[in-house]
Design a protein around this ligand. Structure first.
Ligand code: GDP
Ligand code: MG
Length: 257
């Protein structure tokens, strides 16, 4: 069995960048704007000899019950619940912020093993958050740079004790059928996706364009394994022009197809 790792932290610390790095592919949208990731996203990946089931999550923030942000938070809590270990990421250059304290509080309450890492540590200076993070109570932070692939062997060492029971990967024969749900925005793709899976796996709601990253989830009908993709809505290229985030969402959908 691969080790299930949830990457958790406040928005914009580099969670999706690290997720893509460990997955070895650009699966999640990375964008210099907080709150881009909404649904939790899973992928297989590896670090050295450790096989990983990766979960990328939306940034954790506090907000009104029922709001989109609060629903994003629930997705993140589910991700932590499913994980063997939570990787708590913060931005070393920003120091420890109030947002990080909120994440720390939530993680403490889950009782999951936590590995603390300070991202964006590629520079020699401006890494105040690296030492400061000790006071969060999760031990010393690992210095990482997801963008420049630094600190990954230290991360591997930290994960190794949890990965002892890892087994070899599945064979070609049990490769699932891949099925993508595609359509224009707001036609009910995510609602159908949830209905098929029998759980509120993707965020849905009246706001157009909630789904940003195309996500894929294992689903089974009888003996048959299916990898079911929910995708962002597609609009004419010209209409999306100038909306970088929407163009990235469309790219993610096209990749899924
Ligand atoms: P998320 O919201 O936590 O998923 O953060 P993203 O992965 O979307 O990254 C937010 C921003 O931080 C993007 O502009 C990334 O390019 C940038 N970023 C991510 N990792 C690093 C890093 O190691 N060093 C630096 N300098 N920037 C990074
Ligand atoms: Mg993200």
């Amino acid at each position: 069995m691969a080790l299930t790792l949830a990457i958790v932290g406040r928005p914009n610390v580099g969670k999706s960048t690290l997720f893509n790095r460990l997955a070895g592919k650009k699966l999640a949208i990375v964008h210099d704007e907080p709150g881009v990731t909404r649904d939790r996203r899973v992928a297989e990946g590896s670090l050295g000899n450790i096989a990983l089931n990766l979960i990328d999550t939306a940034g954790l923030e506090d907000d009104e019950p029922g709001s989109l942000l609060a629903r994003m938070k629930e997705q993140t809590l589910t991700a932590i619940d499913e994980a063997d270990v939570a990787l708590f990421l913060l931005d070393a250059r920003a120091g420890v912020t109030a947002g990080d304290e909120i994440v720390a509080d939530i993680l403490r309450r889950t009782g999951k093993p936590v590995i603390l890492a300070a991202n964006k540590c590629e520079g020699r200076s401006g890494n105040e958050g690296l030492l400061d993070a000790y006071r969060l109570g999760f031990g010393e932070a690992i210095a990482l740079s997801a963008e420049h692939a630094l600190g990954l062997s230290e991360l591997e060492d930290a994960l190794a004790p949890f990965a002892e029971e890892s087994e070899p990967e599945e064979t070609e024969d049990d490769k699932p059928l891949r099925l993508a749900i595609v359509g224009r925005p707001n036609v009910g793709k995510s609602s159908l996706f949830n209905r098929l899976l029998g759980e509120e796996r993707a965020l849905t709601g009246p706001e157009a364009g909630i789904t940003r990253d195309a996500i894929a989830v294992d689903w089974e009908i009888g003996e048959r394994k299916i990898l079911l993709h929910d995708t962002a809505g597609l609009r004419k290229k010209a209409r999306a022009a100038g909306h970088t985030l929407e163009q990235l969402s469309i790219g993610s959908t096209l990749d899924a197809i």
